[in-house]
Design a protein around this ligand. Structure first.
Ligand SMILES: CCC/C=C/C(=O)SCCNC(=O)CCNC(=O)[C@H](O)C(C)(C)COP(=O)([O-])OP(=O)([O-])OC[C@H]1O[C@@H](n2cnc3c(N)ncnc32)[C@H](O)[C@@H]1OP(=O)([O-])[O-]
Length: 477
């Protein structure tokens, strides 16, 4: 596990600083991460648990550090992120290995640096840099951080030894000018202009998201209010974000993103011992909103698609819609016109299922009617080659009941996309009682290829999970 500021880490740090302050032999204090890195933030798993509010909270640790009568130096290697960087900002000096990185990624999980980071960083780096770093969750390398005054020294040798040497040089020097809470914000006169420019960027780049706007407001408060008042307001803003649906969704997505590549089934099959098959071609059945959106995902990932829709007018309309969606991507510079044409070249429309005889995978996306889906799956079973995976985009129906309409239940799975499928990142892969590990491996690998955040869900728990994922995903990720 990476170094995160669990309750016991905060407690250890707090007690350590107090002990060092009380010990007459100690003349300076160095804070360094054991192992590969400085702390990369608060423990996200601890949020919403009692441990996150158990004393000493991060701000109390920070105050003890800043108020220490002996110089405190943070020696950063690896990454100092989020709460880790907030601890470093409470230190009187910061030195870092040349290849270290620092940043405030909180906004990426729908939060802001709520342990006084939005109020301290501008006092050190200036407003423009702080707004950019905090509202976009940017990580910067040590050289950039040094250039912007965040670090006092870059090290290329043993970081602990260099920190000890540095400490001997600063012993006895006045500390007040090193306590960021006592300093004014640099470039404060430009606050309104900088805020407007950053806000316009946020609205363009992080459309629909609340946290980046709160980040900017909180940084602006660092100029408009006293340190203490701005901190109070920062607390209010983070509490509002913490209880909102966007941060819940983004935190969920943070862990889903990391756990999906490590999927494991109760039978012992896992990503490590099960080989996926390569999907070279696919069929999508149903050219409504979901079917068209799924087809877009696939052709954008370079997978040739046969889109089946028995209503010819609807098929024609869907082909135009798909072309329009790709035009939108071209306008937003997400693809070139040439790439758009390449996507359209691998999309074919048809009104009959028999054209799917040779595809490697079919994703059915007709409306939620069990009998209709069973009928389609029974036909697919006859039409498709024996190795074809038969998948359903169903959000509520039982995969086992759909699979039982075929003679290949081991090759049937749910591949549940969320609307609009070409934007929403979550994909829930549902396995039934007879779905084989190889099928799970293939749909998980396929989802990864589409750039999705994945969930492997057992049919029995789908409905509980589904309730959660739907709630979580009502935002434009
Ligand atoms: C009062 C509030 C004020 C403060 C707020 C904050 O600090 S908010 C926090 C601000 N900080 C962030 O948002 C930092 C978020 N983290 C990152 O950006 C990256 O993890 C990284 C760049 C630190 C390392 O990348 P990498 O590719 O080397 O490694 P990896 O990404 O694969 O992770 C390895 C394992 O560590 C786990 N884990 C990681 N971080 C946390 C965490 N904070 N918590 C819990 N767990 C965390 C991760 O789930 C995974 O666990 P698994 O699956 O093995 O059980």
């Amino acid at each position: 596990m990476l170094k995160v500021l669990h309750h016991h880490v905060r407690e250890g740090l707090f007690e350590g600083i107090k002990r060092a302050n009380a010990d007459e032999q100690v003349r300076a204090i160095v804070i360094i991460g054991e192992g590969k890195t400085f702390p990369c933030g608060a423990d996200i798993r601890e949020f919403h648990t009692h441990a996150s509010v158990k004393e000493p909270v991060l701000t109390a640790v920070g105050h003890t550090i800043e108020n220490s009568g002996k110089p405190v130096i943070s020696a950063i290697h690896g990454t100092a992120l989020g709460g880790g960087l907030e601890i470093a900002l409470c230190c009187h000096y910061r030195i870092a290995s040349e290849n270290a990185r620092i940043g405030f990624p909180e906004v990426l999980i729908g939060l802001l640096p709520g342990a006084e980071g939005t109020v301290r960083l501008p006092r050190l780096s200036g407003l423009a840099f702080a707004m950019d770093m905090i509202a976009f969750g940017k990580q910067v390398n040590a050289k950039d951080a040094f250039r912007h005054g965040i670090l006092d020294k870059l090290c290329n040798g043993n970081i602990l030894e260099e920190a000890k040497q540095f400490a001997t040089k600063v012993i006895g020097q006045p500390l007040d000018s090193r306590r960021l809470s006592r300093l004014d914000v640099k470039d404060a006169a430009n606050v309104d202009l900088l805020f407007e420019v950053a806000l316009a960027q946020v609205k363009r780049k992080s459309r629909g998201q609340i946290a980046p706007i709160y980040c900017l407001k909180s940084v602006r408060n660092s100029v408009r209010m006293s340190f203490d008042k701005a901190v109070e307001e920062e607390q209010r803003l983070i509490m509002e974000l913490m209880t909102g649906y966007q941060s819940t969704a983004l935190q969920y997505s943070f862990f889903a993103d990391r756990s999906a590549p490590k999927w494991r089934l109760p039978c012992g099959a896992s990503v490590h011992n099960t080989k996926p098959s390569r999907i070279e071609t696919a069929g999508v059945i149903g050219a409504g909103t979901m079917g068209s959106g799924i087809a877009v995902c696939l052709i954008r990932a370079g997978v040739p698609v046969i889109l089946v829709e028995k209503n010819k007018k609807m098929l024609e309309k869907a082909m135009k819609t798909i072309s329009g969606i790709l035009d939108g991507s071209v306008k937003l510079n997400r693809m070139t016109s040439e790439q758009k044409e390449q996507c359209l070249a691998i999309l074919k429309g048809t009104s009959t299922l028999d054209k799917l005889s040779n595809v490697d995978m079919v994703i059915e996306a007709v409306y939620e009617n069990l009998e209709l889906k069973r009928e389609i799956f029974a036909q697919l079973d006859k039409v498709c080659k024996p190795s074809t995976l038969l998948c359903s985009n169903t959000s509520t129906l039982d995969i086992d009941k759909i699979a039982s309409a075929t003679n290949r239940p081991d090759k049937v799975a749910g591949t549940h996309f969320f609307a609009p499928a070409f934007i929403m990142k979550l994909m829930e892969n549902v396995y039934g009682t007879k779905t084989s590990p190889a099928t799970v491996a293939t749909v998980m690998e396929f989802g990864r290829r589409l750039g999705k955040e994945l969930e492997a869900t057992k049919e029995e728990i789908k409905n509980i999970r589904l309730h959660l994922t739907v709630t979580f995903c009502t935002i434009d990720l």
